[in-house]
Every structure is written in structure tokens, then in C-alpha cells.
Design a protein around this ligand. Structure first.
Ligand code: BGC
Length: 379
């Protein structure tokens, strides 16, 4: 294996890991004995800032790679039921893949994840106007949202590997009011959980909706459609949308509709009855902002299960409807429609224009805090 530009930090535990190293644009993957902890490798430069790729390894040798470009999860390599390692998320092995603006693979999206109708909202009587980058609507924070920014990073290495990413979004950036200080902490636990903690403060009233936009395919192979995976979402209701995917404002029961995932079912079972495929916000049954399990995704090919826990009130279930084969994996496999899915924990889309939805307003003096955990297991 070629030696990557990597700085190993303090280390606690040992395990077998599957290491991907990038050097001179070449990527090599091999199994080796490694130690739990976090390493940092140079990964290029953009906007005059250095970009790094961090590798978080747990005691079992499971590895999650995260870049400070867009606070992006680029891979999550774990063994399947036959002990064969593969990544359960879509991603690229070089920065250039991300600079080509893929549809938010693995990134943190913000300041407002998902859509704001016509790119307009009011706070007190002041009207704010955002770029409309998705038909007539604003999507995922604008032309240069948090997914396209270089974040500051610091690492922590005790019993679990943890990466803290920070970004200050200036007053007026992408049309949003207030200087917003955001941190995202990623922690990979020894129970194969990827924990994501978001914190933010503002100096003017603003709106905020932060999520991670990882695309999962539990088989680890994009040639397998996610329509064969099985999903449970603990939501009795969802928010119907208009033809531009903006919520109509109604909160409708899933019972008797293709949106009923309250009992685990194959994703492909009723997708044909959903125009365009699933791209909807589910209103979670949880009644408060405690961390609770809200979804479980299972795949029989790999034996993997992904459970999702969140403090947030909603989840956007998106079946990769707009993936169309123009992008390829590092292994040169085409990423076709339904090659991966997203479970984006969030507040509801267009909340700033929907008084009945839980508020996304953040005021000076308030501390925004949310947590999402993706827990992987195999049997
Ligand atoms: C949205 C989709 C969009 C995708 C990629 C999802 O959060 O709901 O409509 O195509 O992100 O941008």
C-alpha cells in the first residue's frame, strides 16, 4: 500500500480494518490490522482553503471517512454477513468528485435543508429572498450552501473517534439573515453507530434546518436497487406535496396509502403508485425532542440493518428518483435511479411559510441542538 499523507493521532484500541488510501489520485484498498482512532490526510484545496479527509475507525475496524468539504461523509465501510467489506453510502474518493456538484452525496445541508417555496419567507414583517435553485423553489441552502463550504475541523481521540466541524455562515449569505455559527460533531462508536450532533447560534432571527444527506445502499453495491430493501418508518402521517415538491400544508394519515411504512415493507412494493417515487417528509410519531428510534432499513443480500434515531420531528424519505446514471462510483459503476436512498432527519420542508408546522425559527440567545444516530448491524 502506498503511504498516504496521514497523521495518526492518539490511539486506544486495535482491530482489523479495510483501509482506503489516496495518493497521487490513486486509491488502494486492503485489509490490514489497524487501531481505533482518527487519522487525517490532505485531500486538496478549494476557495484557497485546505481540504482534508478524516478516517474514523472503531474497535471493530469499521471505518467512516469524512471530509471538511461540506462536512461530507464520503464512505462507511463495514463487513457484510459474509465478512466482505463494502461502503453502505454513495461517495467519491477524491475532492474533484464533490467539486463537480453531485446531488449532496453525504453532505450536511443548510442553512435550510430541503425546500422553501419560491425562495421567499418572512420573519417579523421583513421579507427575505433566496436563490431559486430547484425550479421555482430554493433547495438545500442555495447556490453555495453548507455542502459546498470548507469547514474548520478538530479531532478528538479517546475511547471513540470524533470529528468536530465548524462553520460560520455570514449575515446575508445566500440571502439568510444573521451570522450563524454552526458545529457538527461526528462520532463513530464501537457499537457501529455514526452519531451526528448539530449545534448553532445566531445574532439575528433566522431560519434553520440542518440534516445529513447520505445516500444509503445497504448491499454496498449500486447495481442492486434499494427497491428490494425493507423499510419501517415510525410515522402515522406525512406531508403531501404539490408538483414542485412543496408541502400543501396538510398533514395526512399514511394508513391505506403507499406511504404506510409503519410496518416494515419492501420499498418497491407500492412505489409505482407514488408519482416520481418517494420524496416526502414523514411526520414522526415521537411526541417530544428526545432521541428516539424512527426508522429501520434492512437488506437481505448483505444481512445489514440500519436503524435511525433522531431528536427531530420529521424525516425526508427520498428514493434517489433523480439519480440517472450520469454519475459513477469510484469502481466505475453507474449510479442509476433508485441506486440509493436518503433518510434525512429534519424539520418539515417550507416550514418558514407554514405556520402549522413546528417552527424552524432560531433567535439570538437560543442554542439550536439536534442529534441523529445511524446504527448499523449485521446478521
Ligand atoms: C430532495 C430531493 C432532491 C435531493 C437531492 C432531497 O432532499 O428531497 O427532491 O432531489 O435531495 O437534491
Amino acid at each position: 500500500m502506498k503511504k498516504a499523507t496521514a497523521f495518526s493521532l492518539a490511539i486506544a484500541l486495535t482491530g482489523a480494518a479495510f483501509i482506503t488510501s489516496c495518493n497521487n489520485n490513486q486509491t488502494t484498498t486492503e485489509k490490514m490490522e489497524t487501531k481505533a482512532g482518527i487519522t487525517k490526510a490532505a485531500w486538496g484545496n478549494t476557495d484557497g482553503k485546505d481540504v482534508f479527509l478524516y478516517t474514523l475507525t472503531n474497535a471493530k475496524g469499521v471505518q467512516v471517512k469524512i471530509s471538511n468539504y461540506g462536512a461530507t461523509v464520503t464512505s462507511w465501510v463495514s463487513p457484510d454477513k459474509n465478512n466482505k467489506p463494502s461502503s453502505i453510502v454513495l461517495g467519491f474518493d477524491s475532492l474533484s468528485g464533490y467539486l463537480a456538484k453531485p446531488p449532496y452525496f453525504g453532505a450536511v445541508v443548510g442553512r435550510y435543508g430541503n425546500r422553501i417555496a419560491k425562495g421567499k419567507f418572512k420573519i417579523d414583517n421583513t421579507q427575505y429572498t433566496l436563490a431559486t435553485n430547484n425550479g421555482s423553489n430554493a433547495l438545500h441552502g442555495g447556490l453555495k450552501g453548507f455542502d459546498k463550504q470548507v469547514w474548520d475541523a478538530s479531532t478528538q481521540n479517546d475511547s471513540t473517534a470524533s470529528l468536530l466541524l465548524s462553520y460560520t455562515s455570514k449575515d446575508g449569505e445566500e440571502g439568510y439573515p444573521g451570522n450563524l455559527k454552526v458545529t457538527v460533531r461526528y462520532t463513530l462508536t464501537n457499537d457501529d453507530e455514526l452519531k451526528i450532533e448539530y449545534n448553532a447560534t445566531t445574532d439575528k432571527p433566522t431560519v434553520l434546518n440542518l440534516t445529513n444527506h447520505s445516500y444509503f445502499n445497504l448491499t454496498g453495491d449500486v447495481s442492486n436497487s434499494i427497491l428490494d430493501e425493507t423499510l419501517m418508518i415510525d410515522a402515522d402521517n406525512y406531508t403531501p406535496v404539490d408538483t414542485t415538491l412543496i408541502p400543501t400544508g396538510e398533514i395526512k394519515p399514511v394508513k391505506g396509502t403507499p406511504f404506510d411504512f409503519t410496518k416494515a415493507k419492501k420499498i418497491g412494493l407500492e412505489i409505482g403508485a407514488v408519482s416520481g417515487g418517494y420524496d416526502h417528509n414523514f411526520v414522526l410519531n415521537k411526541k417530544d425532542s428526545s432521541l428516539q428510534k424512527i426508522a429501520a432499513l434492512k437488506d437481505s443480500i448483505s444481512g445489514r440493518t440500519l436503524e435511525v434515531f433522531t431528536t427531530q420531528p420529521g424525516v425526508q424519505f427520498y428514493t434517489g428518483n433523480f439519480l440517472d446514471g450520469t454519475l459513477s462510483t469510484p469502481g466505475a459503476k453507474k449510479i442509476n435511479q433508485h441506486a440509493a436512498l436518503c433518510l434525512e432527519t429534519q424539520h418539515f420542508p417550507d416550514s418558514p411559510n407554514q405556520p402549522k408546522f413546528p417552527t424552524t425559527l432560531l433567535l439570538p440567545g437560543e442554542q439550536f441542538h439536534s442529534v441523529t444516530v445511524y446504527k448499523l448491524s449485521v446478521n
